[in-house]
Ligand binder design. Structure first.
Ligand code: FAD
Length: 332
């Protein structure tokens, strides 16, 4: 991508993948990120409402690849992440199967003071256009143009799409080769139930993987570092149950998830002061046998995101890092 004048790059999506890519390419190119919502982070998200705070997307992460470990160290140095030494249990049929405390031997991290702090750290010095839902993309001669409901943006030398696979598929015109690579990527939905209480935690643990249930995960969100009071609890459904029940209205989903929470935790639940359901249509993605690298050098179009590898934070980072390295080494 070495050119006399700095190339102009448009990135769609200010999640971890889009932001990381923007920061890695920022020295070589003029980069603009288009984001449909009014904040950064995408699924790295935190809801603050009525004095309660919930990480209602990604919950925590681990770091395996050395490149990602280096990035996590940088985040730690800037206090954007901390280790979460949670009292962790595995629950099955209402019984604790195993328990341990997460520690520095295999660190589990969370954004600090909220999950979206990671995105906020990355977003510094990036030109982001918020509330810009891209509805159409067009290639005219060698340039890309992007459309929102009211405006058109361009020309751009390169277009990079960093949004969930199925949304990317909807955006891509029929005749482009990257579209074919998206056909087999199916993302899965998930329900997140958020519960806020005025009193102390009634669980003896902070985080639980759940099996044999319509629920997959329960955590005391307020037990994460730097969250403080009041008590907040996150309850997540399995992807399969969400898929089967997407058509049901919120009150029914909430009731079924609350009944199941009481069952698997063997607790009579007190009435929560705050209850809200979040429906994630595109929450997770299966692990790819081989990481997808989607770059079309003939049309100057590329895609990245967690789904290119697996539905995890580390994958969103690695997918954008791999793409940035490829683009940096490309000489047209
Ligand atoms: C409920 C839930 C629980 C999870 N738990 C974990 C966990 O515990 N650990 C873990 O590692 N991972 C977890 N994940 C996955 C993790 O959140 C993702 O892997 C990661 O955040 C994906 O980042 P991304 O940048 O690829 O995509 P996203 O975060 O989806 O970013 C895409 C961005 O593009 C924007 N966008 C979409 N379409 C358009 C458009 N047309 N125009 C403009 N902008 C657009 C979106 O608003 C969004 O900001 C979880 C996800 C969910 C939903």
């Amino acid at each position: 991508m070495i050119k006399k004048n700095k190339p102009k790059i448009a990135i769609i999506g200010a999640g971890l993948a889009g932001l990381n890519l923007a920061r890695l390419l920022g020295e070589l190119a003029d980069v603009i990120v288009f984001e449909k919502s009014d904040k950064v982070g995408g699924r790295l998200s935190t809801l603050n409402e009525q004095g309660f705070s919930f990480d209602h997307g990604a919950q925590f992460f681990t770091a395996k690849d050395p490149a990602f470990q280096t990035f996590v160290k940088e985040l730690e140095m800037h206090h954007a992440v901390e280790q979460w030494n949670a009292r962790f249990v595995e629950l099955k049929s209402g019984e604790i199967q195993s328990e341990r405390v997460w520690d520095k031997d295999f660190p589990h991290y969370v954004g600090s003071p909220a999950m979206n702090s990671i995105a906020q750290y990355l977003a510094q010095n990036i030109d982001i256009r918020f509330k810009h839902l891209i509805t159409d993309i067009k290639k005219i001669k060698s340039n890309w143009f992007l459309k929102t409901a009211n405006s058109e943006f361009g020309p751009f030398d390169w277009l990079i799409i960093a949004i969930p696979a199925e949304q990317a598929n909807d955006l891509l015109p029929k005749n482009l080769s990257p579209k074919i690579m998206l056909q087999d990527v199916k993302m899965q939905p998930c329900f997140t139930l958020m519960l806020g209480y005025e009193d102390e935690s009634f669980f003896d643990w902070d985080a639980a993987f759940v099996s044999d249930s319509i629920l997959s995960w329960v955590s005391v969100n307020s037990s994460k570092p730097n969250r403080g009071k009041p008590l907040t609890i996150i309850v997540m459904s399995t992807n399969e149950w969400a898929d089967e029940n997407l058509h049901k209205p919120d009150p029914i989903i909430i009731r079924e998830m609350l009944n199941e929470l009481a069952k698997i935790s063997s607790k009579t639940l007190k009435e929560a002061s705050f209850i809200k359901l979040k429906r994630w249509k595109y929450a997770n993605a299966h692990r790819q046998e081989k990481a997808l690298e989607i770059i079309d050098y003939s049309s100057n179009l590329a895609l990245c995101g967690d789904w290119c590898i697996s539905g995890r934070i580390e994958s969103a980072f690695m997918s954008s890092l791999n793409l940035a390295n490829k683009l940096k080494n490309f000489t047209p």
